[in-house]
Design a protein around this ligand. Structure first.
Ligand SMILES: Cc1cc2nc3c(=O)[nH]c(=O)nc-3n(C[C@H](O)[C@H](O)[C@H](O)COP(=O)(O)O)c2cc1C
Length: 182
């Protein structure tokens, strides 16, 4: 089973990384997996040129030959794709938005004919759920999932106050258990 992790958080000690690792640990407790981890904040990824050159029936026909080419290959092989990020201005971080725009090149039969599982893990610091952006994230991924034939198995968010200790707000045991149940 192949798992692709798409993580966008330049913070060295990030809650999102902790969440992803705990979920992966839970899966690894039970089965053998191959994990490919992409740190979006370290990648060279240009914005989509909206040229539609990708709509050719192949998976890597994007005219922009940057780090996304490897992502297309990996996402195609993946059985499960995990996203981890903090909410930034009521949405995914800008780099991740660019990444997901580019991932849209895979919105064609060769990719969508097989359903893949995805799980999203994100952190935020605005306590008021209405003002945090959580509902915008849910809407964004649920629309993308319909179009790309993805099955969202977990939508896991953690509120971490500005000066809060990550350990006090992320239930690592619960995440490991969820991974174990996958
Ligand atoms: C520029 C910027 C914008 C942010 N926008 C939001 C926001 O719209 N809603 C929110 O709840 N938190 C927002 N945050 C807080 C981040 O989500 C927070 O830093 C993150 O949850 C920390 O998690 P981490 O431990 O995974 O890095 C913002 C942070 C920054 C730096």
């Amino acid at each position: 089973m192949k798992i692709v992790v798409i993580h966008n958080n330049p913070n060295v000690r990030s809650g999102t990384e902790k969440m992803l690792q705990a979920f992966l640990d839970g899966i690894r407790d039970k089965r053998q997996v191959t994990v490919e981890w992409f740190d979006v904040h370290r990648m060279n990824i240009m914005s989509c040129e909206l040229c539609n050159a990708c709509k050719t029936g192949r998976i890597d026909d994007c005219i922009i030959r940057d780090d996304m080419i490897q992502v297309y290959k990996s996402a195609y092989e993946a059985d499960l794709i995990l996203f981890g990020f903090p909410i930034v201005c009521w949405h995914v971080p800008g780099r991740l938005k660019i990444f997901i725009d580019r991932l849209f090149a895979m919105n064609q039969d060769v990719f969508t004919k097989r359903q893949r599982d995805i799980a999203i893990f994100y952190t935020y610091h605005v306590e008021d759920a209405e003002m945090s952006g959580v509902s915008e994230i849910e809407r964004f991924f649920s629309k993308g999932a319909i179009v790309m034939n993805l099955n969202i198995i977990h939508d896991f968010s953690a509120y971490i106050p500005k000066d809060g200790k990550i350990e006090n707000y992320i239930d690592v045991g619960r995440l490991r258990e969820l991974g174990n149940q996958y």
